[in-house]
Design a protein around this ligand. Structure first.
Ligand SMILES: NC(=O)c1ccc[n+]([C@@H]2O[C@H](COP(=O)([O-])OP(=O)(O)OC[C@H]3O[C@@H](n4cnc5c(N)ncnc54)[C@H](OP(=O)(O)O)[C@@H]3O)[C@@H](O)[C@H]2O)c1
Length: 219
């Protein structure tokens, strides 16, 4: 797994991934040396590299940066890769992006403009990183939580589903990438099903809960 961005959500996914036996290559905007503590914490399955190297290394690459950083992404090494997009747009952090303000594009469709040869699956954007860490459960557990994924490629979605299942979650197919708005910031499936942010443990959200929340999204 390659990681472009290793902040709150990137590090949490990387931690669950290493615990599940995956190798991870982390990157950020400041250089691999600034990730030494994180790599040490994650153990022998983790290493740090430049963004281009992390992109080249991953069978799956997690893009987990502010939307404002999309123009900086290494497009060439992401060509042909399955990319998990965790990103949410917020004008207060990202500045105003007209296509996103007008909702003529989803943030994942904007991402695709910067990495046009990647195969994007939107996932993890709707769960608070502390809940992601605490709600992981083995397959078959009665209180296993589910995460929505949106994307246009069935093989990429299958690969991402296999990964998400390996780190302790079930998956609900939320449709094509253009339907990613159904899980965007402020929608019913965003945050709420896993409990209030103030409760760091969160609450499990089963498959029916996630399907119902996706179905009631409006825009
Ligand atoms: N926090 C959550 O619970 C959560 C949950 C779901 C989705 N999300 C979304 O996921 C994305 C990441 O969120 P986060 O909370 O993990 O953010 P964060 O803690 O601020 O981390 C952002 C990461 O992106 C890197 N980055 C920033 N600009 C970059 C650039 N130009 N090139 C390469 N890397 C760059 C940062 O590296 P440096 O530190 O070196 O600058 C950092 O590693 C956001 O779009 C957010 O909305 C967040």
């Amino acid at each position: 797994m390659g990681f472009i961005g290793s902040g709150s959500i990137g590090r949490t996914i990387a931690r669950l991934a290493t615990e599940a036996g995956h190798q991870v290559v982390l990157s950020n905007s400041r250089g691999p040396e600034t990730l030494a503590d994180t790599v040490a914490e994650l153990g022998p399955r983790a290493s740090a590299a430049t963004g281009a190297e992390a992109a080249a290394a991953g069978d799956i690459v997690v893009v987990t940066v502010p939307v404002a950083a999309f123009p900086d992404l290494p497009a060439a090494p992401l060509a042909g890769k399955t990319v998990i997009d965790t990103c949410n747009y917020g004008s207060e952090r990202d500045g105003h992006i007209p296509e996103l303000d007008s909702e003529s594009l989803t943030s994942s469709e904007l991402l695709l403009r910067y990495i046009p040869d990647a195969v994007i699956v939107k996932a993890f954007n709707n769960i608070f990183y502390k809940h992601l860490l605490s709600l992981t459960r083995p397959a078959g557990a009665a209180d296993r939580s589910y995460l929505p994924i949106a994307g246009d490629s069935a093989p990429a979605k299958a690969a991402v589903t296999e990964f998400i299942e390996s780190i302790g979650y079930g998956v609900v197919d939320a449709g094509p990438l253009a339907d990613g708005w159904r899980q965007a910031t402020g929608t019913p499936v965003w945050g709420t099903p896993y409990g209030p942010f103030l409760d760091e443990k969160g609450q499990s959200a089963d498959e029916d809960t996630i399907r119902a929340a996706l179905a009631t999204a409006t825009r």
